[in-house]
Write a protein that binds this ligand. Structure first.
Ligand SMILES: *Cc1c(COP(=O)(O)O)cnc(C)c1O
Length: 469
């Protein structure tokens, strides 16, 4: 393909994408295919001779689309939403064109510097405490991770390193392996599975903290568990709090949990993967109170802030905690400016070396929507969830299972679990809308995530009729 053909194909692709998004509701939201469906549709080996572009494009509808779950469909209510917006798609195109791998400042200065500034912009939108911002000579700062899971893992590994060093400092004869085997991490029983995985990968014990009747972790129970573990000779070192849990959007009480962690020298990471976007609205910002006690904080603009996957934004209070834990400097990655103290080399802040120019997506989206536009996007979704909640509450057959604070509504049919399970099965089999279940204290409500549709189309939609069939 030469640039002449690229210009033509590029215009065609943009048209294809625009057509796809404009008429997405005409496609069944959930594919009707069996596992292995694709095998019979394509050859078992790559072509030896080049094919034509037309051949490929024809196959997109024939091979790919039948097996796509349409996450941007107005009928998609499963999981948490995957944000998408047209400006973000365009910025991603530019990122692909530049094709730079910004692992160090020198590897592409704009890639590093725009990221630092975007994380400061976003941090200020959330009114994060000053200590999390990079500014021009701050100790904190932000980084874009691929996912919230990676942010949790990074924070756990950094905490592990910090604790081992500090225990060794006061007990120099204690072998590292012995300290390692005593480390205990804590998180809510309602926390995302990625926290347990981080502990598995990090090779440390993890204890699940029971929650109160709003599915939130409280101070007394965490304190009691840590006391028990310390009495047993173990070393509590890490607590992952959740703001907006995956099953029910519950908020751990970090204003009371944070001080305990600080007193005990326990790293507090705050995972607000979904709910974090809402903190740009003053009426939701109080839910982030207590963040001043955290060592690290992360949320996913790719869930709710109109930035396409992947974009998970993480801030740390002390960047030395990350860099100190993960710095390895081979000669081929060194550059002249790195010792000046003014440059950021993001490779020390993450697990992979390579990284894309993802801050372009944030820059395009923030500038085109403005803070006001982003706030109204969040408010619109919350209002729709409230509307849906009131419809559920008005129907005597249903009950709402957890307080509706943001865009997530957990509800179930009254009576035994099987009723809700059957209803969910029928709904998903109909393929008109797509939902996923969750488990809260042994009950099995149907979950409806109200926030996943593009704002401009949701207005015209009535709420799913399936519940009444
Ligand atoms: C969605 C979610 C995650 C996982 O997000 P990834 O970015 O896919 O890793 C983690 N924690 C919470 C609370 C979530 O809602």
């Amino acid at each position: 393909m030469d640039t002449e053909e690229f210009r033509r194909r590029g215009r065609e692709m943009v048209d294809y994408v625009a057509d796809y998004l404009e008429s997405i509701e005409k496609r069944p939201v959930f594919p009707d295919v069996e596992p292995g469906y694709l095998h019979s549709l394509i050859p078992t080996e790559a072509p030896v001779d080049p094919e034509t572009y037309e051949d490929i494009i024809k196959d997109v509808e024939r091979v790919i689309m039948p097996g796509v779950t349409h996450w941007q469909s107005p009928y998609f209510f499963a999981y948490f939403p995957a944000s998408s917006s047209l400006p973000s798609i365009l910025a991603d195109m530019l990122c692909g064109a530049l094709g730079c791998i910004g692992f160090s400042w020198a590897a592409s200065p704009a890639c590093t510097e725009l990221e630092t500034v975007m994380l400061d912009w976003l941090g200020k939108m959330l009114q994060l405490p000053e200590c999390f911002l990079a500014g021009t000579h701050g100790h904190g700062g932000g980084v874009i991770q691929g996912t919230a899971s990676e942010a949790t893992l990074m924070s756990l590994l950094a905490a592990r390193c910090k604790t081992i060093r500090s225990v060794q400092a006061s007990n120099p004869q204690l072998p590292e392996g012995e300290i390692f085997s005593k480390l205990v991490a804590y998180t809510s029983e309602q926390a995302h599975s990625s926290v347990e995985r981080a502990a598995l990968i990090g090779g440390v014990m993890i204890r699940k903290v029971p929650t109160d009747d709003t599915y939130a972790v409280r101070k007394d129970i965490l304190k009691k568990m840590m006391e028990e573990d310390k009495a047993a000779g173990l070393i509590p070192f890490y607590f992952c709090a959740t703001l907006g849990t995956t099953p029910s959007c519950a908020f751990d009480h970090i204003t009371e949990l944070g001080p305990i962690c600080n007193e005990e020298n326990i790293w507090m990471h705050v995972d607000a993967a979904y709910a974090g976007s809402a903190f740009i609205c003053p009426e939701f910002r109080h839910l982030l109170n207590g963040i001043e006690f955290a060592n690290s904080f992360d949320f996913n603009p790719h869930k709710w802030l109109l930035v396409n996957f992947d974009c998970s934004t993480m801030w740390v209070k002390d960047r030395a905690d990350l860099i100190g834990a993960f710095k390895v400097d081979p000669l081929y990655l060194k550059h002249e400016n790195q010792e000046s103290g003014l440059v950021t080399d993001y490779r020390h802040w993450q697990i992979p070396l390579g990284r894309r120019f993802r801050s372009l997506k944030m820059w395009f989206v923030f500038r085109l929507y403005g803070v006001k536009g982003l706030q109204s996007h969040i408010r619109n979704h919350v209002a729709l969830a409230k509307e849906f909640e009131s419809l559920v509450r008005a129907d005597k057959r249903f009950e709402v299972c957890a307080e509706v604070i943001m865009g997530l509504v957990c509800f179930r049919l009254k009576g035994p679990n099987e009723l809700s399970e059957n209803l969910l099965k029928k709904i998903n089999q109909s393929r008109e809308i797509h939902l996923v279940p969750c488990q809260l204290s042994g009950r099995s409500p149907v979950i409806d995530r109200q926030t996943d549709r593009q704002a401009h189309r949701r207005q015209s939609l009535s709420h799913p009729k399936v519940y009444y069939s």
